[in-house]
Design a binder for this molecule. Sequence first.
Ligand code: HEC
Length: 166
Amino acid sequence: MGKQGKEAKRSSSNRRASRRGFGVATWVVLAGALAGIVALAAMHQGPSSPGRATALDPERVARGRAIFEANCAACHGTNGVGEDPANAEGGYPAPPLDTSGHAWHHTDRDLAAFISNGSPNTPRMRAWKTTLTQEQIGDVVQYIKSLWGPRERSCQGPRHMDPACR
Ligand code: HEC
């Protein structure tokens, strides 16, 4: 290969190298931007973000409150504050259902199922599915959620284990 040929080869391989270099840089920038977007999205939906909790339907909450006051408040207290353990028969006080309890550690579905089927531990918390429709039980769950703060509502269910929710 002559001098000219070598030069041509070198400059073309330089061009290739610089093209490759540009390619890598572009990917680094793109990956960085993507990571940024993912991080922002995660932050936005993060457990500490109250915005993620779905809004409650005020009509369902109002219906749920009436059902709760008629059927549940005798044990669970006005506004779901819970029963004085000293008054509870059989060692199973009716727990608070507001922010001071841990009802919010359960999903809507689990709460509805528990209310439907009752407690396996004590007949005091009986199965309500014979008295209330699933729609009414759903209304009561909405009412119970209205007793929670934004943290409990956005950290509800298994998300309560997230470090940001503790
Ligand atoms: C006669 C008293 C009594 C009445 C009335 C009653 N409960 Fe309960 N409830 C209890 C007791 C006691 C427990 C605790 C059961 C256990 O520890 O397994 C309980 C547990 C619960 C829990 C589980 C809470 C948690 O943090 O795990 C929910 C939810 C609940 N009740 C909702 C209701 C709703 C809704 C009604 C009305 C439709 C109702 N209860 C009526 C006594 C009652």
